[in-house]
Design a protein. Structure first.
Lengths: 116, 114
């Protein structure tokens, strides 16, 4: 079945460091790919998305490119801030079910801790 | 615009008790979902409702029931709570299945079963 694999955390960085969180997926067809962020004690917020191959999603300085040839959607940011400390989830939606309902499938999440 | 509203935010139950988690959205979304979040396991789909009047099982439906009361509301019921159901529960909704815009999530219900 469809699945998402993320790098294990926690990832600890100093402020202004470069961030990469790896994400690879397994899916039939052409899934849509997402990154969600969860700040402590809160729900999940959509960070960015890409709906077809070679699309680049971007938001708040974060970027991720949909690479079909490597089935990857790695999250990057050039200079992290303390306020970026959160849990980041990679996710995909693929087609599924006779009811045509799409299902969002998550990776296990990667905790990012940014130190001043 | 409230988005997705979940109640309650926190709940402690004794083993065997029942309760209903409430969820409402005001975005005119067709599809709604219930997930549970456990440490190291990401979010797992419990039940979903593709449209008003329909519900279907997700990955981990055992011990739960749902009701799609109308287009806005989708409730999750635990008939006889067990310690294994201690988790954070998230409700979500989507427009047209979420493929273009993803899901919108509520702020969660933290449930502890003792």
């Amino acid at each position: 079945g469809d699945s998402v694999t993320q790098m294990e955390g926690p990832v600890t960085l100093s402020e202004e460091a470069f961030l990469t969180i790896n994400c690879t997926y397994t899916a039939t067809g052409y899934p849509s790919l997402f990154w969600y962020v969860q700040y402590p004690g809160e729900g999940l917020q959509l960070l960015l998305k890409a709906t077809k191959a070679d699309d680049k999603g971007s938001n708040k300085g974060f970027e991720a490119t949909y690479r079909k040839e490597t089935t990857s959607f790695h999250l990057e940011k050039g200079s992290v801030q303390v306020s970026d400390s959160a849990v980041y989830f990679c996710a995909l939606i693929s087609t599924g079910g006779v009811d045509s309902s799409y299902k969002l499938i998550f990776g296990s999440g990667t905790r990012l801790l940014v130190r001043p | 615009n409230a988005g997705v509203t979940q109640t309650p935010k926190f709940q402690v139950l004794k083993t065997g008790q029942s309760m209903t988690l409430q969820c409402a959205q005001d975005m005119n979304h067709n599809s709604m979902y219930w997930y549970r979040q456990d440490p190291g396991m990401g979010l797992r789909l419990i039940y979903y409702s593709a449209s008003e009047g329909t519900t279907d099982k997700g990955e981990v439906p055992n011990g739960y029931n749902v009701s799609r009361l109308n287009k806005r509301e989708f409730s999750l019921r635990l008939e006889s709570a067990a310690p294994s159901q201690t988790s954070v529960y998230f409700c979500a909704s989507s427009l047209e299945g979420g493929r273009s815009y993803g899901y919108t999530f509520g702020s969660g219900t933290r449930l502890t079963v003792v």
